[in-house]
Every structure is written in structure tokens, then in C-alpha cells.
Design a binder for this molecule. Structure first.
Ligand code: UD1
Ligand code: UDP
Length: 376
């Protein structure tokens, strides 16, 4: 039986999440890969396809940047066209970006079942665009693949219990699969002339950290005041706001901060593994800090990855420079680690569940193909 899945990605973390899953998926089913074009710089997109052995997108929708309304709307329209043409049995979406929500909305209106990878995560902060995307995508999904027990509980509290699976985290799969390869192939430490455990690694890109002057200033202030060496991988959003607010010169003129362009995943893994501490507002980077047993200072007031905080490997400090500096100086993990994110085989579990589900609904799917609401 020819089962066809459309996978929708568009932003940097989604290429990384899709890499281990797509490999397993393709052994059992036909996968059509759709890139919305949300991220388009070579170092935010192309580099991951090359390095992670991801298949070239069958469709690149070229949506690019813009307001939430433009971006999500343009994706919705273009994804819908692809789905009407391809008539897949199932749609897979990843994480919490506008590409995720657009994919889910396009599919649910065409009565195509949806699988959500990284379902059930909540920050309980409705001012985050990601939180809205998560909540709505989970409402649309037929299969909700949860990376953690917390995610399952979050869904239960919202009354979502059908189709919920605790599978572990595909980012942990990726970290295990690519961790060793990174060790062999990446030359980033020598390229940058840094030695292990002598630098802090920083990434920032959330709306709350970048778009508000006081918050971005707080982060910049801490980075230039610490005596530690800092490597700061600049997300394009952050670069834009640092320039807009006239803060980039403070970093460029400081003796301890080094600004670098976004790096490839293998290089990032190497930088993470060998960092003394990590400062970040990224979801993925918080987890990777935990995977590689590096203390994580999170520049937010809340996190979806609350277990990493409870286990003492992550501390939430927000964007206040004094709190950040204090954490840089004093924060040290307080406990051993447990297996919060699964066993490194989340991708296989998800694909097995997916295959059984898709087979069982394929008759209904056939009906959809014959009577899809294409004209509405
Ligand atoms: C998006 C996601 C966020 C995710 C992050 C991963 C949404 C609402 N946000 O945030 O959840 O954590 O990706 O990195 O979906 N830009 C470039 N080149 C690019 C891409 C973006 O210059 O290749 C610049 C543009 O000025 C753009 C800005 O970055 O306006 C923000 O990009 P956008 O995709 O809207 O959101 P992110 O901040 O990247
Ligand atoms: N990442 C990368 N290069 C960088 C910064 C981050 O490859 O210069 C990777 C990082 O290792 C993680 C993912 O990007 O796997 C996280 O993506 P991001 O922080 O953009 O988004 P989030 O996880 O917050 O949604």
C-alpha cells in the first residue's frame, strides 16, 4: 500500500528535528518534504540540508519573513495548494513556529489527519507566538507525539487524551546520532581558536529578549560585564534588533564577547559540548545543554522544558543583567541526570505508531480523495 506523508518544515530547529525522523520514515512510507521558506539564509536553512543528509524539499514555498498575519497566511494558502495536489494520507508538523500552525490549519481544513512532533509543550505565556502556535496545533492534531511526561500532563489538563503518545524527544535522537559525528568532523573549536570549558556560549532570538530594548540591553550588559569569554551566535532577528537599538557596537567593542554568524548543527553541538556554561532563550539549546551536561542559564522567566530546571541543570534568570551575572558566577548543577527525553529512539517509535495509524485510516482517506472540499 502506497502511504504518502507530507512533512512540513520551515525554521532552523525543524530541519534538525526532521533529520532523524525522516530517515526512519522513508524506510516505510513515501515522504513529500515541504519547506515553507520561513528561514532562508544559507546558514539558517541550506547548511542543515547538506550536513544532516536531509532530502531536498519537494516544494519550497518561498514565504520568507513578514508579520505573523502575512507569514502564516501565505504559508496556509501555499501549503493548501500542495496538499490538494499531493493528496497525502497524513501531514506531519514539528514544534511551534508559524510553519507548524500553517501546516496544521491547512491540513485540518482538508480533513487530513495531522501528527504533531513536540506536542503538549506549554510555557503558559500567551504573549509568546509559539504558545499560540502550540495550543492551536495540538487542537488540530490526531496524533500528538509528546517528548516528555510533562507534555502528556499538559494535554490531559486541557482535556486532550486521545491520540497522545509519550515517545521521547527526536532532538535527543539527533543529539546522539550527530554528537559523535560532530566530534570527528567539526573543526569549529580550532577555527575559532577556543579551548574546551574556557568560554560561555550564548544564543538569543525570542521576541521577548530581542524586540524590547530593556530586555536586550539587560542581556548585552551582562555579556559585556562578565569576565568570562563569550561566544555569541547571532540569530538574524537578534542582529537586526541589536543594530536597530544601537547595541551591537557595545558587543563589538567589548574585549570578551565574540560575535559569530549562525553555525551549522555539527559546529553548534561541538560548541555546546565544550562550553563552560550556556546562556540561551532557545528551546532546543536548553535541551542540548542538558544532553551534553552543560549548565544552562535561561534568559527567560519560564520554560517549556521545566524538568531541566527541576533537575537543577537549568536556571531561569530572565533578562536582568544582575541576575544573569550572578548565574554566570555561581550557578552549578545540583543533581545527577535521569532519562527525561527518552532513549534516543523516539523517531522509530513515532514512525511505528504513524504507520499503524495511517494504515488503519487509509480507507477513510480514500473517501477524502474522492470528495475533498477543494472548492471552499
Ligand atoms: C522563528 C520561530 C520561533 C523559533 C525560531 C527558530 C515563529 C513565530 N517563530 O523565530 O518559534 O524558535 O524561528 O530560530 O515562527 N531572518 C533573516 N533570515 C532568515 C530568517 C529570518 O534575516 O533566514 C530575519 C528577518 O528579519 C525576520 C526575522 O529574522 O523578520 C525573524 O524571523 P522569523 O522567521 O519571523 O522568526 P524567528 O525569530 O526566526
Ligand atoms: N543551532 C545551530 N546553530 C546556531 C544556533 C543554534 O545549529 O548557530 C541549533 C541548535 O543546536 C538547536 C537549534 O538550532 O538544535 C535550536 O534552534 P533555535 O534556537 O533557532 O530555535 P528553538 O529551538 O528556540 O525553537
Amino acid at each position: 500500500m502506497g502511504l504518502k506523508i507530507v512533512s512540513i518544515v520551515g525554521a532552523r530547529p525543524q530541519f534538525i528535528k526532521a533529520a532523524p525522523l525522516s530517515r526512519v520514515l522513508r524506510e516505510k512510507m513515501k515522504e513529500i518534504f515541504v519547506h515553507t521558506g520561513q528561514h532562508y539564509d544559507d546558514n539558517m536553512s541550506r547548511i542543515f540540508f547538506t550536513e544532516l543528509g536531509l532530502t531536498e524539499p519537494d516544494y519550497n514555498l518561498g514565504v520568507g519573513s513578514g508579520t505573523h498575519g502575512y507569514q502564516t497566511g501565505a504559508m496556509l494558502e501555499r501549503i493548501e495548494e500542495v496538499l490538494i495536489k499531493e493528496k497525502p494520507n497524513f501531514v506531519l508538523v514539528y514544534g511551534d513556529t508559524n510553519s507548524t500552525l500553517a501546516g496544521a490549519l491547512a491540513a485540518v481544513k482538508l480533513h487530513i489527519p495531522i501528527g504533531h512532533i513536540e506536542a503538549g509543550l506549554r510555557s503558559f505565556n500567551r504573549t509568546m507566538p509559539e504558545e499560540i502556535n502550540r495550543v492551536l496545533t495540538d487542537r488540530c492534531a490526531s496524533m500528538l507525539f509528546c517528548p516528555t511526561e510533562t507534555a502528556v500532563k499538559n494535554l490531559r489538563k486541557e482535556g486532550i487524551t486521545q491520540g497522545v503518545y509519550l515517545t521521547g524527544d527526536v532532538m535527543y535522537d539527533a543529539a546522539l546520532q550527530f554528537g559523535k559525528i560532530a566530534e570527528k568532523r567539526s573543526t569549529i573549536l580550532s577555527d575559532l581558536g577556543v579551548t574546551p570549558k574556557t568560554y560561555l556560549l550564548c544564543t538569543v532570538h525570542r521576541v521577548n529578549s530581542t524586540d524590547f530594548y530593556d530586555n536586550l540591553k539587560g542581556i548585552v550588559q551582562a555579556l559585556i560585564e562578565t569576565e568570562e569569554a563569550v561566544l555569541f551566535s547571532l540569530h538574524p532577528r537578534t542582529k537586526k534588533f541589536l543594530k536597530t537599538y544601537g547595541l551591537i557596537e557595545l558587543l563589538k567593542n567589548s574585549s570578551n564577547v565574540r560575535l559569530i554568524d549562525p553555525v551549522s548543527y555539527l559546529d553548534m553541538i561541538q560548541l555546546e559540548k565544550h562550553a563552560k556554561k550556556i546562556l540561551t532563550d532557545s528551546g532546543g539549546v536548553q535541551k542540548e545543554a542538558y544532553f551534553y551536561k552543560v549548565p544552562c542559564i535561561t534568559l527567560r522567566e519560564e520554560t517549556e522544558w521545566i524538568e531541566t530546571v527541576k533537575e537543577g541543570w537549568n536556571i531561569l534568570v530572565g533578562t536582568d543583567s544582575k541576575k544573569i551575572l550572578q548565574a554566570i558566577e555561581t550557578f552549578l548543577p545540583s543533581s545527577n541526570q535521569s532519562t527525561l527525553f527518552g532513549d534516543g529512539h523516539a523517531s522509530e517509535k513515532i514512525v511505528d505508531l504513524l504507520y499503524d495509524y495511517v494504515r488503519s485510516v487509509s480507507e477513510k482517506d480514500q473517501q477524502w480523495k474522492n470528495s475533498s472540499p477543494q472548492s471552499h
